[in-house]
Design a protein around this ligand. Structure first.
Ligand SMILES: O=C(O)COP(=O)(O)O
Length: 226
């Protein structure tokens, strides 16, 4: 179900919060390169961008499961996750860029005095250097990671922590993400939500089934009140 309170038009919100991977940033090629480095060292077939993009929002375990397939169950999983994270942490922003339209949206928010921030499930030791490497993200009011609190999305707690730090009412905040847990967390926090259909979604139809208040095909849709 969409939220019970009536959505505002996008630029009427006091704050926007964004998911990171698959929403603000196209991180899939750096994550995919880290995955393929691990697979190569284990003599396992490489994964194509088309395949890894679909799970790029779901963390290291999901990427490795995709690559190792049936062999994943018998792998030393903690060790493989460490290997992937080690590769990734050395190449966080080699291919990573803002999705088209994100920079314009962030500038428009700033020009209108609307606060914006980032809430990602990525751990802080990856989030912080990645955000620092992308100049367009320098004006984020808050950057909260999956391990900042004891709970991550789909728990609403990290989102409520963000609104507290930004001093805004969650009802006047919009959370934008490309995963079902993003939309669930936003709704549980009493926020309105927008699905980033440009991100790493399973399919447009499935993502629309999460029943966010807005379904945006591009960040530019925020300007069009879709
Ligand atoms: O890296 C992850 O676990 C997911 O990150 P996200 O919450 O920014 O999509």
């Amino acid at each position: 179900m969409a939220s019970s309170h009536t959505p505002l038009t996008p630029f009427e919100y006091d704050a926007f919060l964004f998911d990171l991977d698959g929403t603000l940033l196209d991180t899939a090629d750096d994550l995919g390169a880290a995955l393929n480095a691990v697979l190569k060292s284990e003599g396992v077939a490489q994964v194509t961008p088309e395949a890894y993009r679909k799970v790029a929002s779901n963390g290291a375990g999901a990427l490795l499961e995709l690559g190792f397939k049936a062999q994943w169950a018998s792998q030393p999983q903690t060790e493989r996750i460490k290997q992937l994270v080690c590769h990734y942490s050395q190449n966080l922003a080699t291919h990573t860029r803002c999705f088209e339209g994100i920079e314009s949206l962030l500038i428009a928010l700033e020009n209108q005095g609307i606060k914006w921030g980032i809430m990602t499930n990525k751990p802080g030791f990856l989030t912080d250097p990645l955000v620092a490497a992308i100049p367009a993200l320098k004006n984020a009011h808050v950057v909260i990671s999956g391990d900042t609190l004891t709970e991550a999305k789909p728990s609403p707690l990290p989102l409520l922590h963000c609104t507290k730090l930004m001093n805004v009412d969650p009802k006047r905040c919009l959370y934008i993400g490309d995963a079902q847990r993003d939309i669930e967390a936003g709704k549980a926090a009493g926020m309105h939500t927008a699905t980033a259909l440009w991100g790493y979604i399973p399919s447009i139809d499935e993502a629309k089934g999460w029943e966010a208040d807005f379904n945006w095909h591009s960040p530019i849709d925020a300007f069009n009140h879709i």
